[in-house]
Design a protein around this ligand. Sequence first.
Ligand code: SAM
Length: 357
Amino acid sequence: MARAARGVTEGMKGAGYYDAHSEYQRRIVTDSKATILKCVDALDLASMTGACTIADYGCGTGATSVQSVGMALRRLRERDLELPLHAIHADLVTNDFNQLFRNVAEGYASAVDGSIYVSAVGGSFFTQIIPSRAVHLGMCSNAAHWFRSQPKVEMPEGMFFSDARGAARKRLAQEAADDWLAFLEARAAEIVPGGRMLVQGIATVQGNDGTENVSAAELLQLMWEVASAMAEDRLLDKSRLVSYIFPVYCRSKDEAIAPMLPDAPHEREFEVVSTEIAEIANPYWELFQRDGDAAAYARVYIQFVRAFAESTMMKHLFGDAPALCDEFFHRCETGIARDPLRGKYKSWILRLVLARR
Ligand SMILES: C[S@@+](CC[C@H](N)C(=O)[O-])C[C@H]1O[C@@H](n2cnc3c(N)ncnc32)[C@H](O)[C@@H]1O
């Protein structure tokens, strides 16, 4: 277990809840299969003296990680029948690792032949959490967009970084840039020269007309409106809401590759192998289009949101009051059921592959 282990969240909703309500995240990973296989094929297996080690940063409760790590392990086994393989799943110490190991046991552990070792690390991925030069392939899906610590800014017009204006927006961008440098510095220490790192998650992209498209922005707008109405009803403290920000930042491609540009801090450590933007179809919206049942759509959509948002909001907005949290998600759900277009989830996934020089 590493020091400085607490983050802005205590993890995804455990006991199988996140796994049952993260179909969207699984689609992101499934869609990245070709990129994962390319990363594996780039590894020089002949030079490995011990095991080939894959580290999964921000593994969550496992249903998605088991898919991505499983794809990499299967490819490694196709390439080498004998090589010992080691999968390390890392997340905050408060993560539900029991659920993770259940998923591992039911997933790749029984499907890949030969020697496979599986371990877990508890700690923040903004610090070094694995010994130096021990990782051949790093993977991080749907996780590196979380801030390292809860930002402290006054935001009277919203709760997402993209609602911040002027100095507040700049400050959030700077915090996210510092976090990204910390993430890369830790990985530079852990990944062997020649190793690969795949980071994928929600991003900000430029629209054709030059406008900024921020993943999840409409959802966060709905969440802001619901929280504001709860403040009007005196259920939530207004001053607390104004200083609350949902602690996620969607980097643009330029922000993601900036540290690897000439004369930037990680130019000598990482080469940018590829970047791609993927649009992943929203499974909850698909369901609604199929059967037109707005109430069912609102239910599964909000279960998806609750699975990743409950822990952080409980801690930083609801003051650990479960009744407030229930009321908030109930209002979000009824709002969507009344008007299914409200807060519709749209996102753009940035996939970045780095090679450790
Ligand atoms: C949305 S989940 C993604 C889980 C899984 N990788 C997936 O694709 O479904 C984000 C994960 O990142 C973890 N996380 C957030 N901040 C972290 C940090 N500083 N260090 C390690 N893990 C972190 C959370 O605990 C959570 O499990």
